[in-house]
Design a protein around this ligand. Sequence first.
Ligand SMILES: Cc1cc2nc3c(=O)[nH]c(=O)nc-3n(C[C@H](O)[C@H](O)[C@H](O)COP(=O)(O)O)c2cc1C
Length: 373
Amino acid sequence: MEAVAAKSVIKVAALCGSLRKGSFNRGLLRSAIQLSKESVLNGMEIEYVDISPLPMLNTDLEVDGTFPPVVEAFRQKILQADSVLFASPEYNYSVTGPLKNAIDWASRPPNCWADKAAAIVSAGGSFGGGRAQYHLRQIGVYLDLHFINKPEFYLNAFTPPAKFDSDGNLIDPASKDRIKEVLLSLLAFTLRLQGETDLVQAKMAREAENSVIKVAAPSGSLRKASYNEGLIRAAMEQTKEFATGMEIEHIDISELPMQNVDLEGNEENFPSDVPEVSHQQLKLFGRKILEANSILFASPEHNYSVTAPIKNAIDWASRPPNVCADKAAAIISSSGGMGGARGRFHLRQIAKESLKDVLLALQAFTLRLKGCK
Ligand SMILES: Cc1cc2nc3c(=O)[nH]c(=O)nc-3n(C[C@H](O)[C@H](O)[C@H](O)COP(=O)(O)O)c2cc1C
């Protein structure tokens, strides 16, 4: 694989979830557009795309696969963009109706959002729109939008000193600096997803293409006959069949102590009152995650969330230096509720089919993050 000449310009579609004239969130986008004209960001062209003319989504308006002209024009803007910058106010702990409407229109087949890089900024009440950001990220999972994780930008618009003037223009220099960091991260991630690599990256990509992808696979269930651990075994079997070049290792997290910063040490030194077995388990676990190219989580759902053992393992791995950083990851799961032979048989059928897709996607995405086309 050869280095690719960098694209001359990265086109960013900028969408605001608020329709009001003096919107703080639209002010953030104006600031971003202004910043994109600075030299450090040249190569990025941000276009504000107005969502206010869109009709409320109603699939009756689609006729023989065509959309109303205003919707079609909007979809084209998204399709032509390399990435998307959302300024999303928080309405009732989520994204606004107008933004959801725009997202839904462009999601109609063929999904215009697919495979684009994206970033979110927000301004609002107490948490600065942070809760809407998490909802938007969640929506992005289904749309195949790849959001940058960091830096995060949310701004409490109502605490003094004033961050915006009376027209909704951002006047806070520190916030402008933070927006610039978001844009730099979005630019870098967009180029990375598009396979724009320099010579060093290209060399790494060549090496990655020719080596085995190591996948660390922890299961969130500790019970002996766990379905989720069974999914990992099935995945290991399947890599032999079709995802050759991928090596999955089940990572046992059952012996990790409960996270407690008092237990933390380093490779050589752990606090003297921490049992030796815990040292060994923590070192081994940290090393396995660090050495893996990607992570396959088999995560049952307990009370609408991940289980305590998997959260505990993630929390250990996240302690500095975060050994999970910049890895590709995928999640598979099965409900423990499918008891009985017929249920288990059915589960195995379902698992086999969807597992294949998950594993192939994980393989492709791991290689892509490493700069392989
Ligand atoms: C219907 C509605 C619901 C809202 N819900 C929230 C909320 O859940 N959390 C929050 O921080 N602010 C909430 N707000 C306040 C908005 O964050 C605030 O009005 C913000 O300035 C809107 O962004 P804009 O300035 O870009 O229009 C809500 C406002 C409206 C109109």
